[in-house]
Design a binder for this molecule. Structure first.
Ligand SMILES: C[S@@+](CC[C@H](N)C(=O)[O-])C[C@H]1O[C@@H](n2cnc3c(N)ncnc32)[C@H](O)[C@@H]1O
Length: 267
């Protein structure tokens, strides 16, 4: 048995996809991080763009669907994610680390890092790399989730995990948040605009909440091969079903949100 790790969590896109589908279907205000990143990027369709921590390549696919003509490339530490991207017609991605990017200085007009900076052990080093690979006159756009997102749902999982001696591990903790991101960016870029988007997940029934909670297990210290996983899943299922039974007509509401930071690279 091994604990959850960054590479086990992102070895395949499955859990990430459950979380993304939950955001698509159960967000209260439907604040759209992809739309917010696109607005910040101010693209004309010809730019070269690197998407760092590209995951399953959904952002690259979105750009291709919009008819983007410039070269776009994804990069991710997970070979499983990169293999998933390679199945998207027209998309390309490589395995690599944000702290040491295998790209030339000023290779791209835009660099994006969406929901990944908190996974990098040295985020400052990654930000220096993002600036290095971006052309003067270009821009770096970073999106992160608010640290306190889904705290209510996580509290239910964490309490059950704790009873088995399980706890979140450092490399899956959200180390970069609203309090730390501005200071990090200031050390690398002369000017940054940060926008905050507040939203919430809302559920009328327990089933999608339970699916989302299970997709959060790694972040609560529960590995895919934990001998306690099935018991914890059973217990949180009972917890959430009991809550809906005790609160008829009410919705489970869990605040969440994200920040979009736009950092122009001086020309
Ligand atoms: C939450 S997912 C976000 C994926 C994608 N950007 C999105 O928004 O759908 C985080 C991704 O960052 C990747 N990642 C984690 N640490 C990384 C690093 N040091 N360098 C590059 N990618 C990394 C993970 O493998 C994972 O695919």
């Amino acid at each position: 048995m091994t604990g959850p790790t960054l590479s086990s969590e992102y070895g395949s896109p499955d859990a990430l996809r459950v979380r993304m589908a939950t955001h698509d279907n159960y967000s209260e205000r439907r604040e759209d991080p992809t739309a917010a990143v696109l607005k910040a990027l101010r693209l004309n369709g010809e730019e070269t763009l690197a998407d760092i921590g590209c995951g399953d390549g959904r952002f690259l696919a979105h750009l291709l669907e919009r008819g983007h003509r410039g070269r776009i490339v994804g990069l991710d530490t997970s070979p499983g994610m990169v293999a998933t991207v390679s199945r998207i017609p027209g998309a390309a991605a490589i395995v690599g680390d944000a702290e040491q990017l295998p790209f030339a200085t000023a290779e791209f007009d835009r660099t994006t890092a969406r929901h990944m900076l908190y996974h990098v052990p040295d985020p400052l080093r990654a930000l220096h790399e993002f600036r290095r690979i971006t052309k003067p006159g270009g821009a770096v756009v970073v999106a992160i989730n608010l640290t306190e997102s889904y705290a209510r749902t996580q509290a239910v999982i964490l309490e059950r995990a704790r009873a088995y001696g399980l706890a979140p591990i450092g490399e899956l903790a959200f180390t970069v948040g609203p309090r730390t991101l501005p200071g990090l960016l200031r050390q690398v870029f002369p000017y940054t605009r940060i926008e905050r988007f507040d939203d919430a997940l809302v559920f009328d029934t327990p089933a999608p909440l339970i699916d989302f909670a299970e997709a959060m297990f790694s972040f609560c210290g529960i590995a895919a091969d934990s001998p306690h996983r099935a018991a914890i899943l059973e217990q949180i299922t009972e917890d959430f079903e009991a809550w809906f039974a005790a609160n008829p007509g009410q919705r489970w509401r869990d605040p969440k949100g994200f920040l979009i930071a736009t950092a122009p690279v001086p020309g």
